[in-house]
Ligand binder design. Structure first.
Ligand SMILES: Cc1ncc(COP(=O)(O)O)c(C=O)c1O
Length: 475
């Protein structure tokens, strides 16, 4: 008998591990409501975390036990009902199970031959998403890691279009010698779009923002004048459907219609704001998006699929294929009927994000997505009312969507003093760990901006949140 090889060893280890894994997963998932939003002793726990690379290693079971211990003592519970920072979604039951299976299958959706089922699910799920958001069925799409990369794809397609308007194939020749690409938007532009424009050769500093106030609202007249000043020159317009401080919108319809009168590529960043389309209560905020050229949506936000998952939708498939061309003798030819997703987007090898998206839409349908969105809208309205009627809490916006801007205000203080008080309170809330929530600014004012995008969040959670703010505000 020869020595047992690695293959035999790993097979045996995996057999043993999957049994404990099932129990661990059950436990982790079942305690999602209870686990603290943020472990308050994380820094202490992680102080001595670093260690030299082990020569032999401790084996899978011990490593996994340690991983769970680390998450239970120094993790964040972003899946839970009390994570209101940024715009954090939860996971529907079907999406969570499907995503775990995507890992178990180790499925790769670069192209059809690697996972016919995974690629078909991506095509189907993208079609369903277009239906939900009422985007034209002939638009193309690709799944990416999130809204940053979706913006990257859409603006790469836009840049390709812009180059072609100048007789250039930017993906072949680059930008050297080309004129500056004009980009027009409002003050609501998201940091991720700035990052994208920075790396795509436009430069963060070269963006024309037409703002009428220090919150960043669009100055429509100035924007119209900016379009006129282009004199027919091709340009990119970025429409912000859902800004992060108060869930506000650019005037989507007017902006798109005005841009259409000029030679513009119109991109809509609707990372979470496009979900307004799902409910008749909010659909008017994003009326007219079908007349744009591209749109970004985030799945790990309001679709409630696990991280990471975002979608780029682009009117013209050819622009994506030219911008992200990826060819070699050993690679399949790209064709639009059965796209090689790795050749129309930034990632070549890519995990099967389609499993979770397809599964959640298959499991709950259009109606389920509407219920999820409206649940969060209800929570936002409920919490806003709670703030409005609670002494020492001051509502800073009438929520249009799922974000409620407010501040702690015990009275008798100047705005500047209140800014300092709320900044310090923000740090205390994070240190406390019961809620994961951040502060930001509306104009010069410091605010809390809880965003509600998780089916798990209940009225009692936001009641407790208000109570925690008052409790910590008094200390
Ligand atoms: C409007 C908007 N665009 C883009 C992003 C970036 O999303 P991601 O972190 O998924 O890349 C966000 C994230 O909050 C957003 O709200």
């Amino acid at each position: 008998m020869g020595q047992r090889g690695l293959g035999e060893e790993f097979r045996d280890e995996l057999d043993a591990l999957v049994e404990s894994l099932a129990a661990n997963l059950t436990d982790v998932i079942r305690r999602t409501d209870e686990r603290l939003a943020l472990q308050p002793n994380a820094e202490q726990v992680l102080q001595n975390f670093k260690e030299p690379l082990p020569l032999e290693g401790c084996g899978a079971q011990a490593a996994i036990d340690r991983l769970i211990e680390l998450n239970e003592t120094a993790g964040g519970n972003t899946a839970g009902p009390k994570a209101f920072h940024f715009v954090i979604g939860g996971s529907t039951p079907a999406a969570l199970a499907a995503d775990l299976l995507a890992t178990a299958y180790d499925a790769i959706t670069y192209t059809w031959v690697l996972s016919p089922a995974g690629v078909e699910m991506e095509m189907q799920a993208l079609d369903w998403l277009k239906e939900i958001f009422e985007l034209p069925p002939e638009w193309s799409g690709v799944m990416v890691t999130g809204a940053t990369m979706a913006n990257f794809v859409c603006l790469a397609a836009g840049r390709q279009w812009w180059g072609e308007q100048h007789g250039l194939d930017v993906s072949e020749t680059g930008l050297s010698g080309a004129p500056q690409m004009p980009v027009l938007t409002s003050g609501f532009i998201h940091a991720s779009t700035l990052k994208v424009l920075a790396v795509q050769g436009v430069g963060r500093g070269n963006i024309q923002r037409f703002e009428k106030d220090d919150f960043g609202r669009l100055d429509l007249n100035a924007f119209a004048a900016g379009l006129e000043a282009l004199n027919g020159e091709p340009a990119l317009v970025i429409v912000n459907a859902g800004e992060v401080n108060a869930g506000e919108f650019d005037p989507v319809k007017e902006m798109i219609e005005l841009s259409r009168q000029h030679n513009c590529w119109v991109h809509v960043d609707g990372a979470f704001g496009l979900f307004a389309k799902v409910s008749p209560r909010t659909a008017h905020f994003v009326e007219g998006i079908e007349k744009a050229d591209s749109a970004t949506v985030d799945g790990h936000k309001w679709l409630n699929v696990p991280y990471d998952s975002g979608y780029a939708f682009v009117r013209d498939y050819g622009l994506m294929a030219r911008a992200f061309r990826y060819s070699a003798d050993y690679l399949p030819e790209e064709n639009s009927a059965r796209p090689t997703f790795g050749a129309i987007g930034p990632e070549s090898s890519r995990r099967a994000r389609s499993f979770a998206v397809w599964a959640t839409l298959k499991a709950y349908g259009r109606r389920g997505q509407q219920r999820l969105v409206e649940h969060c809208l209800d929570i936002a309205v409920y919490f806003a009312e709670r703030v409005r009627t609670t002494e020492h809490l001051e509502l800073m916006n009438d929520p249009k969507l799922n974000i409620v801007a407010f501040r702690y205000n015990p009275g008798g203080m100047s705005d500047e003093q209140l800014d300092e008080l709320n900044e310090n309170l923000g740090a205390r809330v994070i240190a406390d760990g019961r809620f994961l929530v951040g502060t930001s600014k509306i104009g010069a004012r410091t605010i809390f901006r809880p965003a509600f995008s998780n089916w798990r969040t209940r009225q009692e959670d936001v009641d407790e949140f208000a109570a925690v703010i008052l409790e910590l505000g008094q200390t």
